[in-house]
Design a protein around this ligand. Structure first.
Ligand code: UDP
Ligand code: MG
Length: 342
């Protein structure tokens, strides 16, 4: 078995060596093959030099370096595409994702049968109050309007099986919102909770403007709910037109129309409202087709398979091999014990 760990890096010269040192300890405790995939996302500092140096010293270090800064989403995609492991992990370079949790993640997949083990912060310590409030609001809205389940506080830090990684890569959309994609593909996920850790060095690459763009982009990518705005406006305008017309009729029956000017006004208003509601209804119709185009252009898979009878047969063979091994080990232990008898 091989584990690949994808590490997007953008101007992380202050963190990279610390990250590598901390990870080396964890790596030593994993009895599998291993590879790091550092993705240098067009860093302008010494990040690439450090990564090159690491790759020169350690043959388990691989890297991809971008021609410019394309953003973390692009870095994640490049890393996942380059990863060759049976298990693929995703981790930040700033040690905000505690490396030792990787062992628990590995255990969750190999021994507990999960397809993915992710990490969830239970607090937002060290983060501004306004930023936290907006983040919470974002998760609430996103879960209401999209079919991708998002977990509040979930980080990108996760370990996935090859099957889930391939599923994530099957979503070939260019405008990528990984948090949504991970939720969209489904599979059995276990969440490990931990208290927020602040980055070991350097500064966050996110400011309020970038975060807002990220959040709005996420909603656009995973929901057509904003198009419903036209439905609401069209309906409101229609109701207003009907209300006004009814008012006109009652007013006319009561014989309260004073003069020509007022009459014109009382006719023009409901007619205008009605025409406007028709206009918005036209946009609703357009929206319906745009929704379809949106779906087709994204070309997401219609379904994803988690298991077939072939997998069941495979896991049975693996289980019996495991049992055989442990029986052999028991027999060996017995023989060893009898040999040691006086
Ligand atoms: N990152 C990246 N490209 C970017 C911005 C960030 O590859 O354009 C990487 C960054 O180097 C880090 C991870 O994404 O490894 C998370 O970034 P950061 O720590 O700034 O985000 P935060 O943890 O504050 O959400
Ligand atoms: Mg960070």
């Amino acid at each position: 078995m091989k584990i690949s760990i994808v590490v997007p890096c953008y101007n992380e010269e202050a963190c990279l060596q610390k990250y590598y040192d901390a990870m080396s300890e964890v790596r030593a405790r994993l009895e599998t093959e291993f590879e790091y995939i550092f993705v240098d996302d067009g860093s302008r500092d010494r990040s690439l030099e450090i990564i090159r140096e690491l790759a020169g010293r350690d043959c388990e270090v691989r890297y991809v370096s971008f021609s410019r800064n394309f953003g973390k989403e692009a870095a994640i995609l490049a890393g996942l595409e380059a990863a060759e492991g049976d298990l693929v992990g995703l981790m930040d370079a700033d040690l905000q994702d505690p490396p030792e949790m990787l062992l628990e993640m590995y255990n969750g997949i190999v021994n507990e049968g999960y397809d993915c083990v992710g990490c969830r912060r239970t607090d937002r310590k060290g983060e501004g109050k306004i930023k936290s409030a907006f983040a919470r609001l974002f998760y609430k809205i996103m879960n209401k309007v999209s079919d991708a389940e998002l977990v509040d506080g979930a980080r990108d830090y996760r370990l996935m099986t090859r099957k889930m990684t391939d599923a994530v890569l099957m979503l070939s959309e260019r405008d990528r919102f990984s948090k949504g994609i991970f939720g969209w593909v489904g599979f059995k996920i276990k969440w490990l909770e931990y208290k927020n850790v602040e980055r070991v060095a350097g500064k966050t690459k996110w400011n309020f403007r970038k975060l807002t763009k990220y959040a709005v982009g996420g909603i656009e990518d995973f929901s057509t709910a904003p198009l419903r705005f036209n439905n609401v406006v069209s309906l409101l305008l229609f109701l207003a037109a009907v209300g006004f017309a009814a008012f006109d009729i009652v007013w006319a029956c009561l014989g309260k129309f004073a003069g020509g000017g007022m009459l014109t006004l009382f006719i023009i208003i409901p007619v205008t409202l009605f025409l406007l509601s028709l206009l918005f209804f036209g946009m609703v119709l357009l929206g319906e087709y745009i929704k379809k185009i949106f779906k087709e252009v994204k070309a997401r898979p219609v379904y994803l398979v988690r298991e077939t009878e072939k997998d069941a047969a495979l896991s049975q063979t693996a289980q019996s091999e495991k049992n055989e091994k442990s029986e052999n080990a028991d027999a060996f232990a017995e023989v060893a014990a009898t040999r040691n008898e006086p």
